[in-house]
Design a protein around this ligand. Structure first.
Ligand SMILES: [Zn+2]
Length: 235
């Protein structure tokens, strides 16, 4: 009996291995925006020209977004802003200003809720559509870009996005500006990791970001990197 039990539990253990492996794959794929597992995402542009893309998430913010716009204007460069619908609804003038400064505007969901990735596909689609309506109404343009909140994708996101014809935009380099305490360390890391064709992720609701951005753009200019507009490659 002991031998049988041993063999039984032993085989049960092996039975669990594929499920555990599958679970690990699914969880890992969920958290990597460029895994291409659930949805097709654009995570970089062609690298032939030593160009990069600047992208900003989680705005518009009444204080930080105008500062970011100021830095971009100073250097005469454009970026793509993935706006949160409920914030955009509160600041339509700021969204209009982003657009009028020549930047692109993408959908980053309406709620950007912590539990977004646990919503049903129908609720998720509703949330995305709500943001789409807000942004379309303010800008008068069709929204063509989407970036999933937190960069998390799963089967529900995949199903929800079937209702739209978005170009899903990921990133190739995260500034981690949301958690940094040191501008120098962040810049060092960005400079070390940056390659031609990269889409760089910043946030236009973080106090340290405008100063990081200013130095980063200076570095790009000195080192021959050009800042491209995403719609040059994807529209
Ligand atoms: Zn976000």
């Amino acid at each position: 009996l002991v031998i049988l039990l041993f063999q039984h539990s032993f085989s049960l253990f092996y039975l669990f291995i594929p499920f555990i492996v599958l679970l690990i794959i699914l969880i890992t794929a969920s958290f990597y925006v460029n895994s291409q597992f659930f949805i097709k995402t654009i995570c970089r542009i062609p690298a032939e020209k030593k160009e990069i893309i600047l992208s900003f998430d989680d705005g518009p913010d009444p204080v930080i977004t105008p500062m970011i716009l100021g830095v971009l204007k100073k250097y005469n460069v454009t970026a793509v802003f993935f706006c949160i619908g409920k914030k955009a609804a509160l600041q339509p003038d700021l969204v209009a200003e982003i657009k009028n400064n020549g930047h692109l505007i993408g959908n980053h969901s309406y709620s950007h809720a912590k539990w977004f990735d646990f919503l049903s596909p129908a609720r998720m689609a509703e949330d995305i559509k709500r943001a789409d309506n807000v942004l379309t109404k303010i800008t008068g343009n069709k929204v063509i870009y989407f970036r999933p909140p937190y960069g998390v994708t799963n089967f529900a996101v995949k199903k929800a996005l079937k209702n739209f014809k978005y170009l899903n935009i990921g990133w190739s380099l995260r500034s981690f500006d949301t958690i940094t305490t040191s501008k120098e360390k962040t810049l060092d890391k960005l400079k070390k990791q940056l390659k031609a064709g990269y889409i760089v992720l910043f946030h236009d609701n973080i106090a340290i970001t405008p100063s990081i951005l200013e130095e980063f753009i200076g570095y790009l200019h000195v080192n021959g990197f050009k800042i491209a507009s995403l719609d040059t490659y994807y529209k």
